[in-house]
Design a protein around this ligand. Structure first.
Ligand SMILES: [Cu+2]
Length: 366
């Protein structure tokens, strides 16, 4: 593991007895008590203090989207993906040991055209990893979507494989080792966009968000280091449900809202890593004017869809028109997750209000 014991904050002995998770090991909860009725209950351990972080942020920049396809003949793309385990904050004062592609959540979006070939180089550097990793692309015909050829122990020689993108759409990729549920929950998922031959309609702005559940031994908001909780994962009882690895990351009190402007059309690429829970994906104060359900870019899109289910292991594309100013809150409309567990991102729309469409009244305020 990249965490160096010497880098931990020196603090009082509070919580020293907490039991850490063992990466890659799925088993019964390690902290349990038996009730008089003979049932086993999980007992929240005292947390270790928050650790020093390996990165100031874990959240991928939602505006970091590759440029649209502007070629009309098949081409090749050399893509390198490196795995990295690192400690970062879920929210201020709450640390967690993430597993990632390229040190961020979700992993980088790969963008190609149908018929293009991807020459993938996959690395699991010994300095950054303690566990076995691989990658499974849902855009690939082949065993495990490439997972078989890319399974590496830290320090192994890089894996190299090529695949041709035979079918269009937006697709998930994720780590698929035996403990894949842990690894995906800890951040190992991303997307590959295979544009149809005719491309996608031009829009003003493209964004990229990824939802997943964090299962931790700490309570929601409890300061300290939150070890991974395998028992909570098996119970599908997450502590946090977040976008881009961070509790309410794209809000003004955290990393800042996402910018947009009145009159724009905004396209959002959205992937639900899961590993277990479907998202009810909704833009509060707007609508998915065009919804490419389940990442299907070939069929006609749905129109004016309020909320759409996005199952684990699914990527979806939604487009919004922005006729009025003010914040749009993109959420999982399972609302406890949005309000309390972290699954909310703000798109702040700047510009002239349009009172014909929305008039807040003389007493109102945007
Ligand atoms: Cu992995």
């Amino acid at each position: 593991m990249s965490q160096d014991l010497s880098r931990r904050k020196v603090v009082s002995a509070l919580g020293i007895g907490a039991v850490g998770a063992v990466a890659g090991c799925i088993g019964a909860p390690v902290n349990a008590e038996t009730t008089p009725e003979g049932e086993t209950e999980r007992v929240a351990p005292e947390l270790d203090p928050a650790r020093d972080v390996d990165a100031d942020r874990i959240a991928a920049d939602p505006t970091d989207v590759p440029a649209p396809v502007d070629w009309d003949e098949p081409r090749e793309h050399d893509v390198t993906l490196r795995t990295k385990e690192l400690v970062a904050e879920i929210e201020p004062g709450v640390t967690f040991e993430y597993m990632t592609f390229e040190g961020r959540v979700p992993g980088p979006m790969i963008r190609v055209r149908r018929g293009d070939t991807v020459n993938l180089r996959f690395e699991v550097p010994a300095d950054d990893n303690s566990d076995i990793h691989n990658v499974d692309f849902h855009a690939v015909y082949g065993p495990g979507g490439g997972a078989v050829e890319t399974t590496l122990v830290p320090g192994d020689d890089a894996a190299e494989l090529s695949f041709r993108a035979e079918y269009p759409g937006l697709f998930t990729y994720h780590c698929a080792v035996p403990a894949m549920d842990h690894h995906v929950s800890a951040g190992m998922f991303g997307t590959i966009l295979v544009e149809p031959e005719g491309g996608l309609p031009t829009v003003d702005r493209e964004l990229y968000l990824g939802q997943h559940e964090l299962y931790t031994k700490g309570d929601l908001g409890e300061k300290g280091h939150h070890a991974f909780d395998h028992g909570a994962m098996l119970d599908e009882d997450p502590t946090y449900v977040v976008f881009n690895g961070t509790d309410h990351g794209f809000t003004k009190d955290r990393l800042g809202a996402i910018d947009a402007a009145v009159g724009e059309t905004v396209r959002v690429f959205f992937v639900n890593g899961g590993p277990n829970q479907s998202s009810s994906w909704h833009p509060i104060g707007n609508v998915w004017s065009r919804l490419y359900r389940d990442g299907d870019l070939v069929s006609d899109p749905g129109q004016y869809v309020e909320t759409t289910p996005v199952a684990p292991g699914t990527a979806t594309v939604g487009e919004m028109e922005l006729p009025v100013s003010g914040p749009i809150k993109i959420v999982d409309h399972a609302l406890s997750r949005a309000g309390r567990r972290g699954a909310l991102a703000v798109v702040n729309v700047e510009g002239e209000s349009n009172s014909d469409v929305y008039d807040p009244g003389t007493e109102g305020s945007a």
